[in-house]
Design a binder for this molecule. Sequence first.
Ligand code: NAD
Ligand code: ZN
Ligand code: ZN
Length: 348
Amino acid sequence: MRAVQYRTIGGAPEVVEIEKPTPGPGQVLLEVTAAGICHSDDFIMGLPEKQYVYGLPLTLGHEGAGRVVELGSGVEGLELGTNVVVYGPWGCGTCLACAQGKENYCPRAAELGIAPPGLGSPGALAEYMLVDSPRHLVPIGDLDPVRTVPLTDAGLTPYHAIKRSLGKLRAGSTAVVIGAGGLGHLAVQILRALSPARVVALDVTEEKLALATAVGAHDVVLSDADAAANVRSLLGGRGAQLVLDFVGAQPTIDTAMAVADVESDVTIVGISSTPAAAQVGFFRQAYEASVTVPYWGSRGELIELVELAHRGVFDVHTETFPLADAPKAYERLHEGTLSGRAVVVPSL
Ligand code: NAD
Ligand code: ZN
Ligand code: ZN
């Protein structure tokens, strides 16, 4: 089968022919219908050898959708042909965190050698993919896999980040979204669906700001050195109750901290390739502003997102690519010229 692999440190992803996997006990084989491309892939492929921990060659793709085509021994209750999306942050399944569905925070995954598909295990950028347990599949029924696959990360990560702060978003509150790309354009929609907050989106080009407006941002502001002052003047001098930074670079973290109001949450989701950090101390930011860095989301939250998708809540913007053009999609991601999520469709 064809697969897209990262094969050498610093090299570009390559389309290669590898053996089609067969499911072992407890595993499920999917024929991939859609696979999303995340900026985190660009981050890991930019890591120097010393910091790279995902194994080589690595079949990329941690956002996967597929059709169940083969069951390993012992797998029951799953019908062949079922359309599913894959919950990516695999955990052990039995610890307290996993029992609560928070496999993204499984404390045993590393010691047991369990890694997410595309981030240590073979990923979704291939004609077929192995899933380690039917527990990690969420049926999507008749939803379009191309528009649903981004929910597994570009949707799930902001959904989790927003849900933990919903108590701070009342009528009259403001949420700021920095970076209206794959994750950010869904964050805007999740905020609109779940809260009465005014949503202000920041990005670096007019095209990206237009996308943010199209998916529901009330206001947009160019992300430059004056961004914090411009956001505050838009808000009558006040700050935001939730700031989500989907870039995570020093200038955006600085903007995030500067627009955070008293008792707000500053949530840094983006992972910068250059070291960046928020500085917390007296007279640096508003009182009782809390800063956090979340990772992905829970199994239950993905099920909730698919439920919302069935209700037609999301307008997921995608650009599709055949498998052979996946390296081109990564180039576009790196250049920052994609609109919404790049999704690879092996059948194209
Ligand atoms: P993306 O490339 O689709 O979107 C990034 C957006 O940020 C683009 O619209 C870009 O124009 C914009 N941007 C770049 N520089 C900016 C600046 N200075 N100010 C404002 N906007 C700017 O990326 P994505 O796939 O949505 O991922 C976003 C980030 O989230 C990445 O850093 C990725 O690694 C990270 N991520 C983290 C998690 C997690 O669990 N914490 C999960 C997924 C992705
Ligand atoms: Zn990701
Ligand atoms: Zn666990």
